[in-house]
Design a protein around this ligand. Structure first.
Ligand SMILES: *Cc1c(COP(=O)(O)O)cnc(C)c1O
Length: 381
């Protein structure tokens, strides 16, 4: 058990998860792409308006599929924000690509689209972007630049399921997009993800890559009379028992999102004055964007204040955590030529950002306790 009375995260459990897992077991087909996987695929396709959704074993594996699908090769360059999870870049580095790190916007913490013209070269094959906290990147600018220069866009939408940019769902802009169902995300099956395919020309190879490089999906549909090894691939499909667990959560999507919205708004409303008084920056959500209520963060005045606040909350039994360390300054990032000063906004904000406890089952009383602890904090140095 955690030492924290109020943890940072608890995976949501709405009640029908285990019942669906049992039903999946009863079908005696618990490997991938069974009945529950198909229902998850339809759910995602219908609710998002994507051409095709395929469950994967993780968002990381969805990104690896994207790199294989785009035929990324050694010598190719891929533009990614420095402020993201390692998988957004590692998946492409695995294919031999050189990451080109972009800085983030100081308001939304998303890839700063104003930097793209200077980062694009003849070798740029893809832009991998992250809708941080489920708040959309500036998609109009990014998509028109990418189209003009014939560069693929991959949306790492691990945070942003059901979020929108100007009335269009995130995950429907890029040729490809990925989702995560890791236990820390809004919807979960422990470990899991999805690849969303908007460029339908990529579908046939996606099915092959996901099935160990074989045309097994076509075989099951009766389109070929035996299946064989036709391309590179791996095993990227999750057990149908995990899909069953996930479907139970999808069926409660509006309940989960409504509750998360309440929690987010309560933090935001109750912390407004306190933040202004103490030079704390709260999340920015542009008015043409609908966010996914994935996380609530503070940008504190300094790294020292952040450390003091983490300690203070810890003593009260509350776990708060920081987020991504700049990738261009990681061991691998330095190996790719990253240098201090390359992404000054990322370097600054990564040191000052703090995420507050935020999960479906966070009770109003516990949330009030977190808010009260923040209001009582005095070590502003
Ligand atoms: C969580 C996360 C991932 C990785 O997801 P997994 O499903 O654990 O592989 C990738 N990118 C971002 C932005 C994430 O937040």
């Amino acid at each position: 058990m955690s030492r924290y009375r109020i943890p940072f995260n608890k995976p949501a459990c709405l009640g029908h998860e285990m019942e669906y897992v049992s039903k999946s077991l009863a079908t005696q087909h618990i490997s991938g792409d069974g009945e529950y996987s198909k229902r998850c695929h339809s759910f995602l396709e219908d609710s998002l308006g994507v051409r095709k959704a395929l469950l994967t074993t993780s968002c990381t594996h969805g990104l690896e599929m994207a790199a294989l699908l785009l035929q990324i090769r050694p010598g190719d360059e891929v533009i990614v924000p420095s402020f993201t999870f390692v998988s957004s870049v590692n998946a492409f580095a695995l294919r031999g690509a050189k990451p080109v790190f972009a800085d983030i916007r100081p308001d939304t913490l998303n890839l700063d689209e104003r930097q793209l013209p200077a980062l694009i070269t003849e070798k740029t094959r893809a832009i991998v972007l992250v809708h941080y906290a489920g708040v959309a990147c500036e998609m109009d600018v990014i998509m028109s630049l990418a189209r003009e220069r014939n560069i693929a866009v991959v949306e790492d939408n691990a945070h942003g399921l059901f979020a929108r940019y100007k009335d269009r769902n995130l995950g429907t802009f890029g040729e490809l997009a990925t989702l995560s169902f890791h236990e820390t995300k809004n919807f979960t099956c422990g470990e899991g993800g999805a690849l969303l395919i908007n460029d339908i020309g990529l579908l046939e190879r996606a099915e092959i890559i996901r099935e160990k490089g074989t045309n097994r999906s076509r075989f099951f549909r009766g389109q070929v009379d035996k299946y064989t090894w036709v391309d590179l691939g791996s095993s990227y499909l999750p057990s149908d028992m995990l899909a069953a667990f996930l479907l139970a959560q999808f069926e409660c999507a509006s309940e989960i999102q409504a509750r998360r919205r309440e929690i987010w708004l309560r933090y935001d409303l109750r912390l407004r004055d306190w933040a202004a008084l103490n030079q704390v920056q709260l999340p920015t959500v542009p008015d043409y964007v609908e966010q996914s209520y994935h996380l609530y963060y503070l940008i504190l005045p300094s790294v020292n204040v952040r450390s003091a606040l983490i300690q203070d909350l810890k003593q009260r039994g509350i776990l708060s955590v920081f987020h991504y360390q700049p990738l261009h300054l990681s061991t691998m990032g330095l190996g790719f030529g990253g240098q201090l000063g390359d992404c000054p906004v990322t370097e600054d904000l990564a040191d000052r950002l703090l995420r507050l406890p935020f999960y479906y089952a966070l009770s109003p009383a516990d949330q009030d306790e977190v808010i009260a602890a923040l209001l009582a904090f005095t070590e502003w140095q």
